[in-house]
Design a protein around this ligand. Structure first.
Ligand SMILES: *Cc1c(COP(=O)(O)O)cnc(C)c1O
Length: 396
């Protein structure tokens, strides 16, 4: 598998890390190799996914949405996973892996606080002390998530260097990992970072796609014509797509946040669409497509959906986009807000603003026939966390 090729997807991915970090990533590589197929590990993870996280999640036939767009629309209900999003699939997997590897401390970094919260849940449930680095600015903006993490016994460490946001928190987490690798696992939240993270996170999130495959065969007796998922770092997208990659008749759409820009390939407008307008470079240990200026400085991303606000995208998605197996697309803030409103009214489901970007692509593409007759949309999370943002925009 990819492990053999040192975590390369074509020319993307790899391990672009300072020498001091090599022992840590090597050890993780070894640990994952040792336990990924271990029957006891798999059985224990299955147990947590089922009884703690609430899996399998339903594949829901969105009847009224289907009628409106004239195609059969299914929603994969990751919004029903404990915590309200797919993130727990990965944090449970990595926390359990850490335990099997004999690590007794988890660290993570978080921007808006969603990944920190999912890590806190896994850490509390498995009884592993957890510390989360968070920019001081983000701490002020996301008080409720900080409180959630603290309730679950996680220590939130404010980062006051640089811009006091996610990228500074990442630097601090890396520094911590280098100094404490013996007892500490660094729990990364998406399919980004140096090998083996993109592979590990993909494997843990593939539970989504595996369930979809089984469920759609049961309901329709055949595979869907297309699958749509929103893409920040790319973990819910690759997790949904991965089991379908050999099924080339299934079209896979990775929808990025186009920010406030509409239908543009202008970088200034497409604020977080790394696959669409990013350029090749190295970010956080991997070669991939990133938003950067002509001098290689990383550009900050801007999206109404905090979870899509990342300047890079996972190396495997970059590779799959380059080979044409997945189709990158993007939808704007306004299109996502319209989809948010539509799903709430028509199906009684309030979607996360991230997931609303995937839903918006249905409205955008349904008329062209490119989606075919049966489409699955991964509803990566629920929208309760986004009500304030939406209210401010005056949509409701
Ligand atoms: C974090 C998050 C995302 C983006 O992360 P990916 O790694 O791209 O999946 C998407 N949707 C929701 C609901 C999230 O919380």
């Amino acid at each position: 598998m990819n492990i053999k090729q040192k975590g390369k997807f074509g020319r993307f991915g790899g391990q672009f890390v300072p020498e001091v970090l090599m022992p840590a990533v090597k050890e993780l590589e070894q640990g994952y190799k040792q336990f990924r197929d271990d029957p006891e590990f798999k059985q224990e993870l299955d147990y947590y996914l089922k009884d703690f996280a609430g899996r399998p999640t339903p594949l829901y036939h969105a009847r009224r949405l289907s009628e409106k767009y004239g195609i059969t629309v299914y929603l994969k209900r990751e919004d029903l996973v404990h915590g309200g999003a797919h993130k727990l699939n990965n944090t449970l997997g990595q926390a359990l892996l850490a335990k099997y590897m004999g690590k007794c401390r988890l660290i993570a970094e978080t921007g808006a606080g969603q990944h920190g919260t999912a890590t806190a849940m896994a850490g509390a449930n498995l009884g592993i002390p957890t510390e989360v680095y968070m920019g001081a600015k983000d701490i002020r903006r996301q008080r409720m998530n900080v409180y959630r993490m603290e309730l679950m016994g996680t220590k939130v460490i404010p980062v006051t260097s640089g811009s006091q946001t996610l990228k500074d928190a990442i630097n601090e987490a890396l520094r911590d990992w280098v100094s404490n690798v013996e007892d500490t696992h660094y729990l990364i939240g998406s399919v980004v970072g140096p090998h083996p993270y993109p592979t590990i996170v993909r494997d843990f999130q593939s539970v989504i796609g595996n369930e979809v495959k089984h469920q759609i065969m049961e309901k329709e007796g055949r595979l869907p014509d297309s699958i749509i998922a929103c893409t920040g770092g790319g973990s819910n997208a690759i997790g949904t797509f991965y089991p379908f990659i050999p099924d080339t008749e299934v079209k896979l759409f990775a929808v990025e946040a186009g920010g406030s820009g509409m239908e543009s390939t202008d970088k200034a407008a497409l604020h977080s669409a790394s696959l669409c307008v990013g350029e090749e470079g190295v970010l956080h240990g991997a070669r991939t497509r990133i938003l950067q200026d002509p001098y290689g400085q990383i550009l900050e991303s801007h999206s109404i959906a905090a979870g899509l606000d990342y300047s890079g995208v996972g190396p495997e998605l970059t590779y799959l986009a380059e080979t044409g197996r997945i189709k990158p697309a993007n939808t704007s803030d306004d299109e996502a807000l319209a989809a948010f409103d539509e799903l709430s009214r028509m199906e009684g489901i309030i979607p996360a603003l991230e997931s609303s970007h995937a839903l918006a692509y249905l409205a955008k593409a349904a008329g062209s026939g490119e989606l075919g007759e049966i489409v699955v949309i991964n509803l990566s999370g629920r929208g309760d966390k986004d009500l304030e943002t939406v209210l401010e925009k005056g949509v409701m």
